[in-house]
Design a protein around this ligand. Structure first.
Ligand code: PMV
Length: 313
């Protein structure tokens, strides 16, 4: 007898070669490489309400119900639409209540759409496969379905390193674990959403050659990370987030996310590298906050605090 409650967890991820620009069904304009952030995850819970199709459930409910209060109406709609899409693929007519919670606050400046869509996709496939008595599909398949709900969520299926190109995301063998530090510059809602950014960058003249630049950076970055050439990795990631932000600034009409404090932090990152001959990889998403990735050291390492103090100096 299958249970009537299922839960699934998925991590957020941060791209070091950025995904920007997309076609139908979130097929990306260029290849990207990401690192999953295991400490930042979403947990989704699905509870079976009953069967639809006959008009209503035993509770009189006609559609799936989303119960988490902290989501906007638009976000709820997107989430329900994605669950509907998976049910259609699996030819399933039951109804669920969905609860979703993040291990990190909304104001933490980390996009939650990757982890939440990956967790919803995983949970829906687990629940429906269980109810239908079939095995859960492959990670590759679930990742490609998740992509349709939120592009970058397809990378959250492959930890810790993921390469995503076209309709396929996959693990990459890089024997290196990182420590993530977010320098929060502004937790506020962005004026231009990432969905709008994907659309608007198509007007930038710098889109010419963007896919080729990302592709060659990805190959070089994988080699640099595999061989432990950390300074080369820093340089390639630096070039790539600037490349993406240059697309924003040269779109018509132009837009941008960097704030004075963003530039201050980036300046400090470069100063840190100059002073110590090593430092963190820095990257920015479609927002003003700075993500830093450090090579993981022992438990006693206080590199994150050293950088915080360095920024105050
Ligand atoms: O998945 P979306 O549509 O939120 O795209 C996010 C894209 C960036 O975060 C800006 C870059 C990336 O590769 O994650």
């Amino acid at each position: 007898m299958p249970s009537d409650v299922w839960t699934a967890k998925a991590p957020a991820n941060v791209a070091l070669v950025k995904y920007m620009g997309k076609a139908e069904r979130n097929v990306p304009h260029n290849i990207s490489l990401s690192y999953t952030l295991e400490g930042l995850y979403t947990e989704v819970r699905l509870r079976l309400l009953g069967k639809s199709g006959t008009g209503s459930t035993s509770l009189g409910v006609l559609s799936d119900v989303f119960t988490s209060a902290e989501f906007s109406e638009l976000e709820k709609k997107r989430f329900l639409k994605h669950l509907g899409y998976i049910k259609k693929i699996l030819n399933f007519e039951g109804l669920f209540t969905i609860t979703s919670s993040n291990s990190f606050p909304k104001a933490a400046g980390v996009a939650s759409s990757a982890s939440s869509f990956a967790a919803l996709t995983l949970c829906a496939f687990q629940a429906i496969s269980d109810l239908q008595g079939v095995s859960i599909p492959s990670k590759e398949f679930m990742s490609s379905i998740s992509r349709v709900g939120s592009g970058s969520s397809c990378r959250s299926f492959f930890s810790p390193w993921c390469l995503w190109e076209g309709e396929k995301a996959e693990s990459v063998d890089i024997p290196l674990l990182l420590e993530h530090q977010l320098i929060l510059v502004d937790p506020g809602v962005k004026e231009v959403s990432s969905t709008e950014a994907h659309r608007r960058v198509q007007t930038s003249l710098l889109m010419n050659g963007r896919a080729a630049r990302a592709s060659s950076r990805c190959s070089d970055l994988i080699i640099a990370l595999q061989r432990g050439h950390w300074d080369a990795a820093f340089q390639l990631c630096w070039e790539d987030f600037w490349d993406m932000h240059a697309l924003f600034e040269t779109s018509r009409p132009s837009f941008g996310y960097m704030l004075p404090k963003t530039l201050y932090i980036l300046h400090k990152v470069r100063e840190f590298w100059k002073k110590y001959g090593e430092g963190p990889i820095a990257t920015l998403d479609a927002g003003p906050n700075v993500h830093l990735l450090w090579k993981k050291k022992g438990k006693t390492s206080n590199q994150l605090q050293i950088f915080r103090d360095f920024c105050k100096s």
